[in-house]
Structure formats: structure tokens, C-alpha cells
Ligand binder design. Structure first.
Ligand SMILES: O=C(O)c1ccc[n+]([C@@H]2O[C@H](COP(=O)([O-])O)[C@@H](O)[C@H]2O)c1
Ligand SMILES: Cc1cc2nc[nH]c2cc1C
Length: 401
């Protein structure tokens, strides 16, 4: 029988103590500590084959939405004091939530923004307007509550959980440690990461979502942070939506025209050097993707497998969603689109998922900002089915013809 004890040291808190949790997993006791910052990577205690089996299990756990619950909500929506369908996308979201939670009375308990951070070797090619050290600097800003995502999450009465999936060097503080590597490698020279690392990052994202679901969160926003990550995202979107590179490469943090040319060349070279197999999402992810993009895909798959809706943020998050959808097309039903990012490839990416953004605010920040704002509309959709009066209740005459 497979038996394993894992000790992985945690982000030691201010008191310097290492938290230890003990829980039952697959019928076995695991003694777990989070690994020491910059130390071992707990996913490495699994072989690539074992992680692949875990991923397949996660995918097979994702079921279709509950049609009966959706039909009941449609009936309720049509009985409410409004012309049928007049609340547009809010009606769609209300039904989707019922289908996901498998009830005609869906409820939101706690809301979490899962912000995944990682760095990118491809920054060597001059593809970003900002230097790589901005990733850890902004990670500290998020931990201190001063980033846009902190403000918008507070506005939405949601919490932000920052996870380090592979910032270029380890940092300390209030963040979830799931480091797989010190950033990806330069994808113009070979694969951004190994297939094994891609699997580790995917399942690290899934484990963050799983942990938060256990803590009672039942509405997620995806989010990310990583200087250079619009480059791998553009590569993923080009490959998975079969779009020309120039149509999906934008300015990211604000590169100039010459930077755009370098970015396109870097993506072309990465595709030429690595020859990703577009029928294999893991191949695309490992060769031209990113650790935080993998973690986003994993968090989406876990949310879907656990019947939890997940709001998809901007361009990078949607690249992660495309990977999730390629691995498990049934996961799309659990995704709620948020805003249309200014990054030019975002519309193509959303169209690849058949999703229409709820908001258009000319945003292009990431972190989970657009998704956190969309929580308002998700909760509004639920209030509609909970609180509106029916035609019968209010004594309002129904449509005459
Ligand atoms: O979410 C978006 O649509 C989005 C669009 C452009 C940039 N970003 C953010 O900017 C960073 C990536 O931009 P870049 O130019 O460094 O590739 C990364 O930290 C993202 O969170 C995010
Ligand atoms: C300042 C800054 C904040 C960010 N947040 C997400 N990506 C970012 C990129 C930059 C450059």
C-alpha cells in the first residue's frame, strides 16, 4: 500500500512557528506542513504519473449543470414582475448558479479572490514595460492591502488569497506557498517548464481552491500577478483559438511599438522552437505557458469539480480558462465571465470559450480586479430571484398577447 508522510515547512508566521495540519487523504493520514519558503516543493513527493492520475480524477469529477434546478429558476424568473428575459445576463447568471449549486435556491456564503503569482523567463526578451522585480514588489503590496485588488475585494466584501506558484525568488509574508520553480524558463530557447512542473502548478492551483472550499468559500474570482505574463498568455490564446499572433498580442503593462514587435517575435520563436501540440493542453501549457496560468487552470477545474462558480478575470485568467476548457470542456459551464480587458486578444480568448463579458470598463490590470467587481452582479442576480415579487403577489397584470 502506498504510504507517505509529508513534512513541508510552512511560511513561518510572525511568531516563527511552523503550522502543522493533520488530515485524512485517500484513507491515509498525511502529516503536512507547508514547505519552507524556498525549500522543497511538496508536489515533488508525487511522481509525474501520480499527478497525471490526480488531474484525470479531477477532470472526471466535473459534471454537467443541474438542468432541473435551472428550469425551476427559469420558471421563477418568468413569474417575476418584469417582461420575460428583461434582466438579460443577470437572469442567465441566476440560472447558472442554480445549475452549478444544484438547487433552485442558490446562496453565496464567502467570496474569495485567488490571485496566483509567477515569473517568466521570457522577460529576457524585452517583452514587458516593467522590470521583473515588480512581481515580488506588487506581491508585498497585495499582502499589505494596498493594491487595487485589495480595494475592490473590500468593496465586494471578499477576501484576497495570494499564492506564490513561482515568483523568481522566494518571499515571505501572508501568502500561500505553492512554489514549483523560480519562475519559468525563457520559452524562446526551449520549454517554459517541464510537463511535470506544469502538472505540479495545475494541482497546486487546484489545492488552493480545494482548501478554500473546505473553509466555506463558495464563489471564486481568478486573479494573477506576473511581469511578462501577457506573452505566454498571448501564445496560449493564439494556439488554442487558432488566431494569428498579431491579433492576440497587446501592450500588456504598456510596451511601445518596438516592444510589441519584440513580443510577437518572442512568441513566434517560442512556437517554432517548441512546436506545441495544440491538441494537448498540457503540452501547450508547459512549452509556452506560465506557472500562475497553470494554477489558474487548476483552480477552475477544482471549482467545477466541487460545484463552485468561478468568475474569470482578464486576459491572463482567460488564457488559464482556455487551458482548463481544453482539459475539461465541461468546466466552461462553471465559469462566469467578468470584464472585457483592453488587452487586444481578450475578446478572441473569451469567444473561444463562448463567453460574453459582463462589464466593459477599459481595464487591463489583472490581479482579479474585474472579477471582484463582477461579484456585485452575481449577488445582484441572486437577490432578484430571492426578493422580487411575482405578478400574482403584486397584483400586476401579465402580458396580454
Ligand atoms: O488582466 C489583464 O487583462 C491584464 C492585461 C495587461 C496586464 N496585466 C497585468 O500586467 C502584468 C503583465 O503584463 P506584461 O506587460 O508584463 O506582460 C501582469 O502582472 C498582469 O497581472 C493584466
Ligand atoms: C504596478 C503594477 C501592478 C500590477 N498588478 C498586476 N500587474 C501589475 C503590473 C504592474 C507594473
Amino acid at each position: 500500500m502506498f504510504m507517505s508522510f509529508h513534512y513541508f515547512m510552512g511560511s513561518s508566521g510572525d511568531d516563527g512557528k511552523v503550522p502543522t495540519t493533520v488530515y485524512l487523504w485517500s484513507g491515509l493520514f498525511y502529516f503536512e506542513n507547508y514547505y519552507k519558503i524556498g525549500g522543497g516543493n511538496y508536489m515533488e513527493s508525487f511522481t509525474e504519473e501520480q499527478l497525471y492520475t490526480q488531474l484525470q480524477k479531477l477532470i472526471s469529477d466535473i459534471k454537467g449543470l443541474d438542468q432541473e434546478a435551472m428550469d425551476q429558476i427559469q420558471g421563477r424568473l418568468d413569474s417575476l414582475t418584469k417582461p420575460q428575459g428583461s434582466l438579460g445576463q443577470l437572469e442567465h447568471i441566476a440560472k447558472q448558479l442554480g445549475g452549478i449549486q444544484r438547487t433552485s435556491k442558490p446562496i453565496i456564503q464567502k467570496k474569495a479572490v485567488l490571485t496566483m503569482a509567477g515569473d517568466h523567463g521570457v522577460v529576457e526578451e524585452g517583452v514587458s514595460a516593467f522590470p521583473q522585480e515588480v512581481t515580488p514588489q506588487m506581491a508585498y503590496n497585495i499582502m499589505n492591502g494596498g493594491a487595487a485588488i485589495n480595494v475592490l475585494a473590500r468593496q465586494a466584501n471578499a477576501e484576497v488569497f495570494l499564492t506564490d506558484v513561482g515568483i523568481a525568488f522566494p518571499i515571505e509574508g501572508q501568502l500561500i506557498q505553492k512554489r514549483v520553480a523560480n519562475g519559468t524558463k525563457n520559452m524562446t530557447k526551449g520549454p517554459a517548464m517541464s510537463r511535470y512542473e506544469a502538472l505540479q502548478a495545475l494541482l497546486a492551483g487546484a489545492s488552493v481552491a480545494e482548501e478554500k472550499i473546505r473553509e466555506g468559500y463558495n464563489l471564486f474570482a481568478t486573479g494573477e500577478l506576473g511581469i511578462g505574463n501577457t506573452t505566454p498568455s498571448s501564445a496560449i490564446v493564439a494556439l488554442l483559438t487558432n488566431s494569428p499572433i498579431e491579433e492576440v498580442v497587446g501592450r500588456g503593462t504598456g510596451i511601445d511599438d518596438e516592444g510589441i514587435i519584440r513580443k510577437r517575435r518572442a512568441i513566434e520563436k517560442a512556437i517554432e522552437v517548441n512546436q506545441p501540440d495544440t491538441s494537448d493542453a498540457l503540452d501547450v501549457l508547459s512549452k509556452v505557458g506560465g506557472l500562475e496560468i497553470a494554477a489558474i487552470a487548476g483552480s477552475i477545474l477544482q471549482a467545477a469539480a466541487s460545484h463552485v462558480p468561478i468568475v474569470i478575470d482578464g486576459f491572463i485568467s482567460t488564457a488559464g480558462a482556455l487551458i482548463a476548457a481544453k482539459l475539461a470542456p465541461q468546466s466552461i459551464a462553471y465559469m462566469i465571465p467578468s470584464h472585457g480587458s483592453m488587452e487586444i486578444g481578450h475578446r478572441k480568448a473569451l469567444a473561444g470559450l463562448g463567453l460574453d463579458p459582463v462589464l466593459n470598463l477599459n481595464m487591463r490590470l489583472g490581479e482579479g480586479t474585474g472579477a471582484a467587481l463582477t461579484f456585485y452582479f452575481v449577488e445582484a442576480a441572486l437577490r432578484i430571484i430571492e426578493e422580487m415579487a411575482t405578478f400574482a403577489d403584486a397584483g400586476v397584470s401579465e402580458k396580454s398577447s
